[in-house]
Structure formats: structure tokens, C-alpha cells
Write a protein that binds this ligand. Structure first.
Ligand code: GLC
Length: 604
């Protein structure tokens, strides 16, 4: 972080502002996706920022490739004799480590960190994430998510720290402080109420009163704002019928005036498109609502032309433009971008610590601390590593599934070929010499004469955003209405129920197949959220919620075999069944905060 006192930056900011032409000011308010913009265009239009969307790779997707990419953009924006003289900001979603890049340390997604509930651990994770971003020459992380999830049907449940506003506030602040102290810009998202949409429909309608919005969804931002978070991303959802991207009260009056946020307010990916089918209308409404930097990945030139025209027409006031550009310049100054070397020559660029063993040990610790023990009949756990363990289940040997979305690709991967790490099976094999992997993962080879216990790893496949939504019943109507109203992007949802036995019947079949042979089962659920698992719980002697543990499956084996006890607690209630036909809420099977330990179950 730049140690320069803010008042010096104000002089420099005003100098830069005075030097910029109107087209350059509008260029600073524009963010393009790297595959749709060249360094020469960054120079020509004085673009303020470039991003890489989920899964947007180049070359061999190595840290060196990324550093060279940003170096070219940075040089064009700030290093050449004919540059606009304002360094470009390069942003990416390193939401559970720098997981877009091959070889990165992939941490548990936030829902697992919510279960671990340790600000100190989150701080270490943020520092490592920052180091691995800096090793690849990047400046800005669109993290941490501050969503307070209300309905596990939401496909982004796993990006949230859970349903507790105070916990999210504490973990979010720890992440922001550590990331920015290491020299990477943080971004609290998505402002505001993203976790409370009706039926968990992504980008949908958050229909709650002011008190609920304030106490549950605004409050978690307070600590991060006080900690000096440099950017906030606006949310796709609407609040009581008004889309946040066009809501002046939500963006300008509340976040900027009332809460005093003086950093950069950035739109989400084409988030302004949801305001109107008329792009002209969308641009004017979102700029006047108070958004400063616009994530218009492909149509950035249209955005620039539109806004310039609206300024000349008087539909957007120059004071709004100068407010936006001042905030963008302030963010860059505070990050130290004006005084840092070019990306290729920065101290951490090319750092050999990228994905190193020490980083992975922290991720492994995070996995251990994220696991929640829901059941342990007959003290089956911890397992004896000398015993004959059968490992089965679709997610037993699948790094892609245990990492979930926002890993190498936007929607995540399947298999072990694209991510460096240890699957849960590989970790168990390393500990228990007599462990064996079920031939076809289905447990058909279970044999009570050959196996003392079985670990069956079940759960979801990866997804991101609306593709992870569970849509059923009335919420389908909400979805259709939302699409008709242009309130959301239609995405293919994951399924129509939270019941795992319907989503993936093969999981229950596998557990029962093994249990019926007299082999006791430890079920390990790999999922981005709590699921309705009544049948699977009944059929298993022990049951562990593992969330999306990331690259270090060894953390699961550590706890299964007793090198550490369970310490994770549910970061949100665990659903039993829909409390009403519409599915707007669920009866809880276990309350938030629930979690057993081996120690306490040993005496049962
Ligand atoms: C996405 C997400 C947001 C992310 C952005 C850039 O649509 O809503 O969380 O930071 O686009 O990838």
C-alpha cells in the first residue's frame, strides 16, 4: 500500500484531473475485458481498467503469461512517452485463491471459511492470495463477497461467509485489511442485498424492509469501509423493485453520502444492461446513480460514445464525471499504482512462492477447520489408518468437484487434470495404506470381509452464479417474471430441489449399497451449500459437511483419521424440508452454529 498521506494524493489527483481531456475522463470510467481490448486501445482511449472474467485465460495460463499481459496494458497506459499517464488497474476474481490460474493454491470457498469462523485464518488466506496475485503481476481482486445468504437455493451461497452478518463483517474486514496491506485492491461485493433475493433467484428481487436491509445486509460492510476498502461492486439484484445499478439512493446517497465511502464504486459485468433494453437509458441512469467505473467487457466503446454524448447533451453533469474520475484516481493513488514499478519489474512478480507448499499448508489447515461433523454414531470417527478403508462416491477423486466454481473456468472443472492439488482419495491413500478406491466409485465391490469402513464422498458438481440456482415451484414464476421484466439474465439452473436424493440419486444408492453389506459408512458431502440429506444421513453412520474444500484434500483426511478434531460450525441453518409449498424458506434440521466433535461423540 502506498504510504503517501492522503492530502498529498489530493494535490496529485487534482493535477491529474485537470490534465485529462473529457474523452480521457470517460475512458478512466471504463473497464474492458482483456479479450476485447488491446494495449493500444487502452492507450488510445485512456481506459481506467481491464479485467479477466472467470475462465478468461491466455497463453499457457501461467503467472508469467499474466504478468506479461498486465505489463503491456500498464506500459501503454502509463509507461510510454505518449501514454495518457494514468496507470491501468487489472482486476480478476481470485475469490478462493488465484484459482483462475493453473498451479495456484485453491482455498475453501467462503462458505467453508464461515464454518471455520477465524478472522486470523482469513487474514493469512488473503495475504497468500495477494502474494499469488502479485506473482502474476495483477492489482485488483473482486473479493471478498459480503453476501448474507438467506436461501440455499441461491447458486452463490458458497461465495458467502454464511447467514451471520457479524461473522461476515469480521471475516470481510480481515480479508480486506490483509489483501490491501500486501498491495492488492480489495472489492466488497455485491452492494446490496444480493443474498436475500426471493427464492434465492440469482440477480432477482430482494423484497425486504429498510430495517432488514440495514441490519442484515448493509451492516456487514461497516468494518470493511472503516478498514479502507478501496472498491465496492454494485449488485445485480433489485431492492423492492428498483435495480441497484440504477438506484441513486442505494449507491450515491447511502454508500457515498451516508456511509462516507470515498473509494471506487464499480458496476458488475454488464450490470447496467438490466436497467433498460435501451442502452442509452441504462448508461445515464447508472452514471447518475453514482457508479464510477463501468464493467462493460465487450461494448466498452459504445459505452464511451454514449456517455460522451450524454455529457454533451447535459443528461450527465460534469460534476458527476469529476466525482467518478477523482475516486478512480484516488483508488489508484492509495494502492500505490502511480509509484509502483511496471508489473514486469515489481518485487513479487514471478515469485516462486506461487502455489508453494507453505501456501498449501495454510489451505490444508483451512480445510481441516472448515469441516462440520453432523453425525458420528458409535464413534465411527476417527478412522484407524491401519484398517481396510473402501473409498467410493462421485466426488472421491475429483479435484474439480472439490474446488467448485471460479476455478480455472467460470463454472469450474471436473476431474484431476486441470488443477494442481490432492483429491480426497489421494489424501486418504497417503495416510491409510490399506485404503482402496472402489472400482467404479459406486461401491459395488464393498465386502464386509475385506473392508472395515467406507468413506463415501458425495455431493454437487461445480457451478457459478445463476447456473447454481435451485428453481422450483413459485420461484419459477418469479424467474419468468424477472426475465420478462429484464431483471435478470436467464441461466440454466442446477436443479429443481435441494434434495440430494433427487439431484444425485447415485449418492444415496452408493451409500446404501455399501451399508447393506455391513460396511459402516462415513459420508463426506462436497457441496456449495447445505442440501436436504435426510436419507443419506440415515443410511450413514457418520456424516461430514466438507463444503468446497479446494485443492488440499489432505485437510479432509487429517480430520477423518484423527490428526485434528472437528471444529467447524454451520455458518447457516441446515434445511430439513420446505416450510411452505413455495420454498421461500426451510425448516432447519440443524441450527446455525451446530457442529459435533469426535471428543463429544466418543462418549455417546
Ligand atoms: C460476475 C459476478 C461478479 C464478478 C464479475 C467479474 O458476473 O457477478 O461477482 O466479480 O462478474 O467476473
Amino acid at each position: 500500500m502506498n504510504s503517501r498521506p492522503v492530502q498529498d494524493s489530493n494535490d496529485l489527483i487534482n493535477e491529474h484531473l485537470a490534465r485529462l481531456s473529457l474523452p480521457q475522463k470517460v475512458g478512466q470510467m471504463t473497464m474492458a475485458e482483456r479479450s476485447h481490448v488491446t494495449p493500444d486501445e487502452v492507450k488510445q482511449y485512456a481506459l481506467g481498467s481491464v479485467l479477466a472474467g472467470g475462465g478468461s485465460h491466455l497463453g499457457n495460463n501461467t503467472p508469467a503469461d499474466w504478468a506479461a499481459l498486465n505489463d503491456a496494458y500498464w506500459q501503454a497506459s502509463f509507461g510510454d512517452a505518449d501514454s495518457p499517464g494514468i496507470p491501468v488497474l487489472f482486476g480478476i476474481d481470485a475469490v478462493h485463491g488465484h484459482a483462475n490460474v493453473r498451479g495456484a493454491t485453491v482455498f475453501p470457498h467462503n462458505i467453508g471459511l464461515g464454518a471455520a469462523a477465524s478472522a486470523e485464518l482469513v487474514s493469512r488466506i488473503a495475504r497468500i492470495t495477494a502474494r499469488e496475485l502479485l506473482a502474476s503481476g495483477l492489482d485488483w481482486n473482486f473479493a471478498p463477497t459480503m453476501a448474507i445468504v438467506q436461501n440455499p437455493q441461491w447458486g452463490r451461497t458458497y461465495e458467502s461467509f454464511g447467514s451471520d452478518p457479524q461473522l461476515a463483517a469480521t471475516l470481510g474486514e480481515a480479508y480486506v485489511r490483509a489483501l490491501q496491506e500486501e498491495g492488492v485492491m480489495a472489492c466488497n461485493k455485491h452492494w446490496v442485498g444480493d443474498g436475500a433475493t426471493l427464492y434465492g433467484v440469482d440477480q432477482g428481487e430482494t423484497r425486504i424492509d429498510w430495517a432488514e436491509l440495514e441490519h442484515t445486509h448493509i451492516a456487514p460492510y461497516a468494518l470493511s469501509l472503516s478498514a479502507g476498502v478501496l472498491s465496492v461492486m454494485v449488485s445485480y439484484n433489485s431492492w423492492n423493485g428498483a435495480k441497484c445499478h440504477g438506484n441513486k439512493f442505494i449507491v450515491n446517497d447511502l454508500l457515498k453520502d451516508e456511509l462516507g465511502f470515498d473509494g471506487i464504486v464499480v458496476s458488475d459485468w454488464n450490470g447496467i444492461d438490466l436497467l433498460s433494453e435501451d442502452f442509452d437509458e441504462a448508461v445515464a441512469k447508472s452514471v447518475n446513480a453514482g457508479i464510477d467505473l463501468f464493467m462493460v467487457p465487450e461494448k466498452w466503446q459504445t459505452f464511451i460514445d454514449t456517455l460522451l454524448r450524454q455529457i454533451n447533451q447535459g443528461r450527465v453533469d460534469m460534476r458527476r464525471i469529476d466525482d467518478a474520475v477523482t475516486r478512480i484516481l484516488r483508488g489508484k493513488h492509495r494502492l500505490g499504482l502511480f509509484t509502483s514499478p511496471r508489473p514486469a519489474l515489481r518485487p513479487h512478480t514471478g515469485d516462486k512462492g506461487f502455489g508453494c507448499g507453505a501456501h498449501r499448508e495454510v489451505a490444508r489447515e483451512a480445510v481441516r477447520r472448515s469441516l462440520v461433523l453432523l453425525k458420528n454414531d458409535g464413534a465411527l470417527l476417527p478412522l484407524d489408518r491401519r484398517k481396510r478403508i473402501l473409498v467410493a462416491g462421485r466426488n472421491a477423486d475429483n479435484l474439480g468437484h472439490q474446488c467448485g466454481g471460479w476455478t480455472i473456468s467460470w463454472q469450474g472443472e471436473s476431474g484431476n487434470d486441470t488443477i494442481d492439488g490432492t483429491s480426497i482419495w489421494q489424501a486418504i491413500r497417503a495416510v491409510a495404506r490399506q485404503a482402496e478406491l472402489s472400482a467404479d466409485l459406486s461401491g459395488t465391490d464393498a465386502d464386509v470381509d475385506k473392508h472395515d469402513a467406507a468413506v463415501v464422498v458425495i455431493g454437487e458438481r461445480p457451478y457459478a452464479e445463476g447456473h447454481g440456482d435451485i428453481r422450483s415451484g413459485d420461484d419459477v414464476l418469479v424467474e419468468v417474471k424477472s426475465m420478462i421484466d429484464g431483471l435478470m439474465n436467464p441461466l440454466t439452473p442446477y436443479g429443481d430441489t435441494l434434495e440430494l436424493s433427487s439431484l444425485h440419486p447415485e449418492d444415496l444408492a452408493c451409500i446404501m449399497r455399501i451399508a447393506k453389506k455391513g460396511v459402516p459408512v462415513v459420508a463426506v458431502l462436497v457441496s456449495g451449500r447445505p442440501l436436504i440429506v435426510g436419507s443419506e444421513l440415515t443410511a450413514s453412520q457418520a456424516f461430514v459437511a466438507a463444503w468446497l474444500p479446494g485443492s488440499e484434500g489432505a485437510g479432509v483426511a487429517d480430520v477423518l483419521f484423527g490428526d485434528a478434531d472437528f471444529s467447524g460450525r454451520l455458518p447457516l441453518p441446515w434445511p430439513r424440508m420446505k416450510s411452505d409449498a413455495s420454498g421461500s424458506s426451510y425448516e432447519a434440521l440443524y441450527p446455525r452454529g451446530y457442529g459435533l466433535t469426535v471428543f463429544e461423540t466418543a462418549s455417546q
